[in-house]
Design a protein around this ligand. Structure first.
Ligand code: HEM
Length: 381
């Protein structure tokens, strides 16, 4: 994927005709697209999908696929309960969860980092924040995969009629049960605050509730999991950087930003044109699917000199990993906090932790999400 990004950045920074519509690779073109929400709409789901009850119900409250003014209303609901301050207060809880997960593999000198930490950490934290029982985790896994499938602009009908539709249905009913419960018996959890939120004085509809809660639950899962894994992989590949980070933990946040720049969990976003326009001098018709490859923009040499070099001291400001503009990721502070705690705790517990390539690292489809499915590591104390 990364060599293809390089090839496209060098030869065809705007390209048309493939399954992803108009594909855009350059930093300047992509930031222009993300800023111009009038011409480049996020309402791809409504535009490209056949009507489908479960999908449409979820999308009613899915702010990622909404435009203003609706987007602003939905975003206000989540951002009121999910403030950076509320997230900062989660440190202790996240440390406790990370410690408990690592205790479970304390007697093993080789384990799968995905199973041991990267998968369960973000799902346990967010279930905890929302106030949902972690015993429901097996179901969360199935629903998380279903939501992952919605990331494509067009969700094939046979997928919806196969696994994804029923999973969305179960997930919707599950969240609605919790919402009704919290409306009657509010507790001190984010689910209660979401359930009792209003838009212009009105309670949220069922669909809006499902989208808002489902997105809060799952948007940060595979992505944070990816950050934890790719941090371990990149530092393992760069022993000098690892030694520096070990010796000076103030370098952890910068190192994680560089990990994100190089291995963005979501390599691409989707938009649809509302009128005829142009991108980088190329004419583009109305109603066209547009795919900004943010993973490529993060390796555009006009923005990041010597972009394929992993440099924990580089200025990563302006990277597009969390998007940009009105849809900028609401979970960025939480993802960064979990990444910092996970990496610091791994470095505290182990004097050496390295990827065990012989036991086979497996990746998800990198065109959708850059994230290992399996990451065997060797660890010594
Ligand atoms: C939006 C990436 C973690 C919740 C986004 C967008 C990106 C992104 C690229 C913008 C989508 C667009 O413009 O079309 C990431 C990455 C993460 C991460 C790389 C981890 C490393 C999280 C977490 C949560 C979360 C932990 C919540 C618990 C959201 C929400 C939105 C969003 C609610 C929608 C914002 C909007 O449309 O206004 N994320 N995310 N994300 N993210 Fe994240």
């Amino acid at each position: 994927l990364f060599s293809w990004f390089r090839e496209m950045l060098d030869s065809r920074p705007v390209s048309q005709g493939g399954e992803h519509g108009v594909e855009v690779f350059g930093y300047a073109d992509i930031t222009r697209i993300l800023a111009d929400t009038k011409t480049f709409s996020s309402e791809t789901a409504r535009k490209f999908n056949e009507p489908h009850f479960e999908l449409d119900r979820f999308n009613e409250g899915n702010l990622v696929t909404s435009d203003p003014p609706r987007h602003r209303q939905l975003r206000t609901v989540i951002s009121q309960v999910f403030t950076p301050r509320a997230v900062a207060n989660l440190s202790e809880r996240i440390e406790l969860i990370t410690g408990t997960l690592l205790d479970k593999v304390a007697d093993q000198d080789s384990f799968d980092l995905v199973d041991a930490l990267a998968f369960p950490l973000p799902i346990t934290v967010i279930a905890d924040v929302l106030g949902l029982p972690i015993e429901d985790e097996p179901m969360f896994r199935v629903w998380g995969d279903a939501i992952g499938a919605l990331d494509a602009a067009t969700v094939p009908l046979d997928l919806l009629e196969g696994e994804v539709g029923p999973a969305l249905h179960e997930m919707g009913e599950y969240f609605l049960r919790h919402v009704r419960d919290r409306r009657q018996n509010p507790r001190d959890d984010v689910m209660s605050r979401l359930a009792n939120a209003t838009i212009e004085g009105e309670p949220l509809t069922d669909g809006e509730m499902i989208g808002v809660t489902g997105l809060t639950m799952f948007a940060g899962h595979a992505t944070t999991m990816s950050l934890i894994c790719t941090a371990v992989i990149l530092l393992d590949q760069h022993p000098e950087a690892l030694a520096e980070v070990r010796a000076n933990r103030d370098l952890v946040p910068g190192a994680l930003e560089e990990v994100l720049r190089m291995y963005p969990p979501f390599p691409r976003l989707v938009r649809v044109t509302t009128t005829e326009t142009e991108i980088g001098g190329h004419p583009v018709a109305a109603d066209e699917l547009v795919t900004p490859w943010i993973g490529a923009a993060n390796r555009d040499a006009t923005k990041f000199p010597d972009p394929d070099r992993f440099d924990i001291h580089r200025n990563t400001g302006g990277h597009l990993v969390f998007g940009q503009g009105i849809h900028f990721c609401l979970g960025a502070p939480l993802a960064r906090l979990e990444g910092r705690i996970a990496l610091n705790m791994l470095l505290d517990r182990y004097s050496k932790i390295s990827v065990d390539s012989a036991r086979g690292v497996e990746w998800e489809n990198p065109h959708q999400i850059i994230c290992p499915r399996r990451l065997p590591v060797r660890a010594s104390r």
